[in-house]
Design a protein around this ligand. Structure first.
Ligand SMILES: NC(=O)c1ccc[n+]([C@@H]2O[C@H](COP(=O)([O-])OP(=O)(O)OC[C@H]3O[C@@H](n4cnc5c(N)ncnc54)[C@H](OP(=O)(O)O)[C@@H]3O)[C@@H](O)[C@H]2O)c1
Length: 282
């Protein structure tokens, strides 16, 4: 049986990977940042086993903080993946590296295909794109899987925040001019495990999100509807009313064409996935 290592295993996606793997009976070894710092080359070399599959969920994900600390973000998002790819190349291991819609400029009018031109508008996006390139250079057979708008509904992600605000406030203003594909981390974890167990798939660049598209406003209203609250309590506003250090992409929809062409199972519609996520947490 293939030996699977998950890095960044205490993060949102890493935790879901371990949970989903346990549910379907796939043996996975998860290491958090305290057990494996991906920026430490020797430590990475010591953890990657011959013939294994590594799923890299370790990342610097503070999009706003990266604007004033791009060097730290580069360490985790560029040099870390480079270390993993180099170790995987040496150990004949497969690498699945998770990346982001932020590598694109966010201005497209149609879904981004895997070969669409990149053009990150943020420090976080630049470091993630540099990570993709470093992975590809060290291990051309690695899979880079871009995703977007990931949530579980617990902690401080968008869905969890909407659940909290529904309890705390009469009305909530949510931006209606940013569009993406909300993606349940549990579904993404299942998709990555499918890829990890499919050694016949050779596509180096893939996109994996739940299907369909929504604005943050649409997603917030859907959360309210799912918990039986009046969705009209969510009111639309524009990004101009929520200025943040890093600009958010206006358009983040990723095409799942390459995923389906590789013979992998397409992820279900985002609204269906949201219902499942809320069944788990509410
Ligand atoms: N969340 C989204 O909406 C979204 C969207 C698109 C793409 N992605 C991508 O999806 C992947 C997983 O993201 P996530 O949502 O699970 O993020 P997350 O919850 O922030 O998890 C990232 C994990 O990486 C760990 N980490 C940080 N520095 C590390 C280092 N030097 N060595 C090892 N581990 C380190 C963190 O550990 P500590 O907490 O201990 O620092 C954390 O557990 C990332 O590649 C991200 O870019 C996420």
């Amino acid at each position: 049986m293939t030996n699977i290592l998950v890095t960044g295993a205490r993060g949102q996606l890493g935790r879901q990977l371990l949970r989903r793997a346990a549910e379907v009976g796939i043996a996975v070894r998860g290491v958090g940042s305290d057990e494996l710092d991906v920026t430490d080359r020797d430590a990475v070399d010591a953890q990657v086993e011959r013939g294994s599959v590594v799923i890299n969920c370790a990342a610097y994900t503070s999009v706003d903080a990266a604007e004033s600390d791009e060097w730290s973000a580069r360490g985790v998002n560029e040099f870390g993946p480079a270390n993993l790819a180099t170790a995987c190349a040496r150990m004949d291991a497969r690498l699945i590296h998770v990346s982001t819609d932020y590598v694109f400029d966010g201005h497209s009018g149609s879904s981004y295909d895997v070969d669409a031109p990149t053009g990150p508008a943020t420090a976080y996006g630049r470091t993630k794109l540099a990570g993709e390139r470093a992975v590809h250079a060290a291990l051309p057979s690695a899979h880079i899987v871009r995703t977007a708008w990931v949530y579980t509904g617990v902690g401080t992600d968008f869905v969890a925040t909407m659940l909290r605000l529904e309890r705390e406030r009469d009305t909530v203003d949510v931006v209606n001019d940013q569009v993406g594909s909300p993606t349940y981390a549990g579904d993404l974890a299942g998709a990555l495990l499918e890829l990890a167990t499919r050694s016949d798939v050779t596509a180096p660049m893939l996109h994996a999100t739940n299907s369909g598209r929504a604005s943050w406003f649409d997603l917030a209203r859907a959360v309210f509807e799912e918990v039986g609250a009046d969705p009209r309590r969510v009111r639309p506003c524009t990004s101009a009313q929520f200025v943040r250090p890093a600009p958010r992409p206006g358009f983040s929809v990723l095409s799942g064409r390459a995923w389906a062409s590789a013979g992998l199972t397409p992820l279900r519609p985002w609204r269906e996935a949201l219902r499942t996520a809320l069944d788990v947490v509410v």
